[in-house]
Write a protein that binds this ligand. Structure first.
Ligand code: GUN
Ligand code: ZN
Length: 445
């Protein structure tokens, strides 16, 4: 018989509270409640409670003398915490699926050409808005994002995200060498731009700043050093860059920095490592580099669709996890999908090629609370603990004829979630809620 989540009711206790139906709150252990309900405070946008539909209705829907509770009935749907994308380039949605090149040529022939357009604030605003709408349509509620080297591109992204009240992280990209001149900003000016953006946006509403050197190749030692000094002067400002994605890239860094032990040593020497640092990729690392990651608490973002698209290589998930925290990310526009489900699909295949496993529980945990822990945001989002911000997605496990048919053959929740992870994408996302406010509804809902 089919076990995919059935039934529910939506309720509200007083006018401030909304009850929802079926829940999978991915806790430290994955938690699944058939016929569940989620209670949200509509005023604060925070989670009040969750549990069985019956218990929630009894506790919250029948108080006397109060305005009626709003009840949303998401019959046969699955409610999960919103998905988190820890590494993605918003300007690159305009150049996804660019043909034929690996990393360094791809950057020169496609990426830098597109990013030059973001000198125009109108293009930056329009693209940021479109990108955020696409994230919501894919069930992604928070992301750590690259803008371009134009401070206006980060300003535009923060403005659009603040308007939606999404919890987002970005920063102006630091580049002052080995890139087209019109994309380079001097070390001093780029750090001043970053400082101004920190002053204006870091901690404003749900926005966070990330110091964002593109990678070792496109920054002078001076720019990396100033980035490290800025990072050291804040407790909760993030730092994001790329690391050891491609063999030619690693060789180029060794040539630029012949007196350093390796790629990661350049970043360590400049003071760029730490618990608020996320480095994308980390495919080609030595044992001493894994040890530096562990010692500094530096996190790695694994980007499977990007690694396969650019032919970069196969990321060793269990090995990296044995040293430090790993998140999973799309890396659009080298990544080929904004869907975190599609990203898990490809992560599974990358591990299969190395005889490693990635279960549905591990995968779905990773794109929710796991990624949130990597970003040190687990006091705010990632699951349905009371007082966390109510960012969640409503999923239709039978959104397509094929999914409906395949789900009908499943016997266990594990099977259903694995089918969701392998066959699901933006089509299964029926609604996306940000801090208690519905921000996306699929047309068919
Ligand atoms: N390394 C430096 N810049 C980039 C980028 O934009 N995308 C990817 N995938 N790798 C990079
Ligand atoms: Zn990237």
């Amino acid at each position: 018989s089919s076990h995919y989540p059935n039934t529910a009711t939506v309720a509200t206790v007083d006018k401030n509270i909304t009850l929802l139906p079926v829940i999978a709150g991915m806790n430290v252990y994955p938690e699944y409640i058939a016929n569940g309900a989620l209670v949200v405070d509509d005023v604060t946008g925070h989670i009040v409670d969750y549990g069985s539909n019956e218990a929630m209705l009894a506790s919250y829907a029948q108080t006397n003398d109060q305005a009626p509770v709003k009840i949303h009935n998401y019959q046969d749907k699955l409610i999960m915490p919103g998905f988190i994308d820890t590494h993605v380039h918003y300007p690159q949605i305009d150049m996804m699926a660019a043909y034929g090149e690996q990393l360094l040529d791809w950057l020169n022939n496609y990426t830098f050409v597109t990013e030059a357009n973001f000198a125009d604030p109108k293009i930056a605003h329009d693209t940021a808005k479109f990108f955020l709408e696409q994230l919501l349509a894919n069930g992604t509620t928070s992301a750590m994002v690259f803008s371009t080297s134009h401070p206006e591109s980060a300003e535009a992204f923060f403005t659009e995200s603040h308007r939606l009240n999404t919890r987002m992280i970005t920063g102006n990209v630091l580049m002052d060498q080995n890139a087209p001149e019109h994309l380079c900003v001097s070390a001093e000016q780029s750090i001043k731009d970053a400082q101004d953006l920190i002053d204006k946006w870091h901690g404003r509403g749900r926005q966070h700043f990330a110091i964002t050197p593109r990678f070792a190749i496109t920054s002078t030692p001076k720019q990396l050093q100033l980035a490290g000094e800025l990072y050291a002067s804040y407790d909760t400002v993030y730092l994001q860059t790329h690391l050891a994605e491609n063999r030619d890239e690693v060789a180029f860094v060794r040539k630029l920095y012949p007196n350093h032990k390796g790629y990661l040593d350049v970043y360590e020497d400049m003071g760029l490592l730490g618990r608020y640092t996320t480095l994308a990729h980390g495919i080609y690392l030595e044992t001493s580099e894994y040890e530096s990651l562990r010692e500094t608490g530096t996190q790695i973002a694994h980007c499977p669709t990007s690694n396969l698209f650019l032919g970069s290589g196969l990321f060793d998930l269990p090995k990296t996890l044995s040293y430090t925290g790993v998140s999973i990310a799309t890396d659009v526009g080298a990544g080929t999908s904004l869907s975190m489900l599609t990203t898990l699909n490809e992560a599974y295949k990358v591990q299969q090629l190395q005889s490693n496993q990635l279960s549905a529980h591990q995968g779905l945990y990773q794109i929710t609370l796991g990624n949130v822990q990597s970003l040190v945001l687990d006091d705010k989002i990632g699951n349905f603990m009371p007082n966390k911000e109510a960012d969640f997605v409503v999923i239709d496990m039978a959104a397509t004829p094929l999914l409906r048919r395949r789900m009908a053959q499943t016997k266990t929740l594990d099977e259903q979630l694995f089918v969701l992870m392998m066959l699901g994408d933006d089509r299964v996302i029926k609604e996306t809620v940000i801090a208690g406010v519905s921000r996306y509804k699929s047309r068919s809902l």
